[in-house]
Each structure stands twice: as C-alpha cells, then as structure tokens.
Design a protein around this ligand. Sequence first.
Ligand SMILES: [Zn+2]
Length: 296
Amino acid sequence: MRKYIFTLLFPFLLLACHSNREKEANVLTVTIEPQRYFLEQIVGDKFQVNTLVPPGSSPETYEPSPSAMIKLGNSRAYFKVGFLGYENVWTGKLAENNPDLKIVDCSVGIEPVYGGHGHHDHSHEAADHSHNQTDAADPHVWSSAKNAVLFSQNMLNAVVELDVENAGLYRANFEKLTQKIAETDSALTRLLKDIPTRSFIVYHPALAYLARDYNLTQHSIEFEGKNPSPAQMKELVDLAKAENIKIVFVQQEFDIKNSEVIAREIGATSHTINPLAYEWDEELIRIAQLLASQEK
Ligand SMILES: [Zn+2]
C-alpha cells in the first residue's frame, strides 16, 4: 500500500521539485570564460553566469560529468560557442534530456575560417574529432574583435527572449559593450598595422580569426590536434626561418616542450598566452602588443 501511494505521489513530487528549481534558476551557463565576459555585461545583475569548462581544461575535449550535466540542465539557458565539434556531440544529449532548456549557438552568422585548425594543411587524413578535419569550421571565433559583436548579439537576442520585461536594459548594456568591443578593435588595428613580420607560431591554433581579420599568418606547432613528428618540426623550423618569425605563443593547456625547442631553434621568444581568459579585451591587446614588440 505504501509503495502504491508513493507511486501515485512520485510524479507530483517531481513536478514540485521541477517548478521550484525553475523559479530559482536565474542561472545562465556558458562554455568558456570569454563568453562570460560578454554575457555578464549584457545581463548585469539580472542573471548569474556560470562557466562550464574549468580553468586549465581544453573546451575542445571537455565533456561535462553527469552531475555537471544535471546542473547545466537546471540553468535557464546554455550558451554554446558553436563550432566546437565535441561540444556539439554532448549538447545533443543535453537537449534530449532537457527539452525545455534554451540552447543558444553564439557563432550563428559568423563567417567561419575553414582548415585553419590544423598545422598548415598538407594532410587531409581523417582526424580524431571533427574540428580537426581540414573542412571543419575553426571554433575560436572569439579571437577576433570583429566577430565579438555578432557573438554578443546572439547572446543579447536569447536574453531578451528569456526576459522581455528587461529588454531595454539589456539593449542599453549591449550598446555599451559594442562600444568597448569597437575600442578593442581599434587598438588591435593600430597595434598590428606596421609590425616587422606578420607571421607567428602558436602551439594550438587558437588565433585563426585574429589572423584573418588583422592580416596575420598563423602557423601551429600542434598538427591535427597532436604533437608534431620530427619531420613536421623541421618543416616548421625551416618555414619560420624563411618567414623570419620571432614569436612563439604557448598556451597553458598544452605541451610547451616542443614550443621551446622551436623557439630556441629559430631564435624566437616564446610567450604564454591565454585565449580562454575572462579578460577578453586585455588578453587580445596583450597578444597584439607582443606581436608589435618583435625585434626586426
Ligand atoms: Zn582549437
């Protein structure tokens, strides 16, 4: 009998829990910290913004644990980056389990860079995961200030749909944000206008959009998501010498040993950068300053 009552009550308990949670949930979740930078400026104190991928992890191989998935499902909305292949794999599951969760693609409308995500694309072999294929869109759209307005506009549209009563506030905040993005864009343009060499090396190719939009050439040490072979290292060293490359960027999430070997070999300086930093504008400007300070 007791069991029977419980069975009857159970759906109601679930319902009660669910609606409670929904009332509490003024939480928005984003994949990476640069997204939190944009979204927080749009929503002010109306929503709390959580970042899914912890510092030091790569968003390209990150998969939320079951408990992180449940927490994410309880958010009002989830803002994915968009072209991250792996993100799209588990987002499918997330949508299935949470049909009411609003999932926002922040890269909608951004003109993708193709094939920039492998180290200079001589190989067309199938790679481990989709974003490494030469025909897949490069996910790092936030590395260019020219993409940042659209990226944030997609966030604004979703936030207005979630809370139309405060639409005016969100639009005003967005205006201020676009102003800030425009200032970052001018700073990057100014810094990168007349630099000694427009090519640079980076361990993981995270700056393809910066390269495209500010007329630079990115070469990556990582080859199709893996450490390079000795032959590939040699090829890169020769290319670096030919192009007079003086800068090697390294990211904390990746193996720096090869980067140091290459830097030494070509007489370049290696610098640690963090394209996943919350301080999106400061980090891009710092990267541009490093490029601008290369010796001739
Ligand atoms: Zn990447």
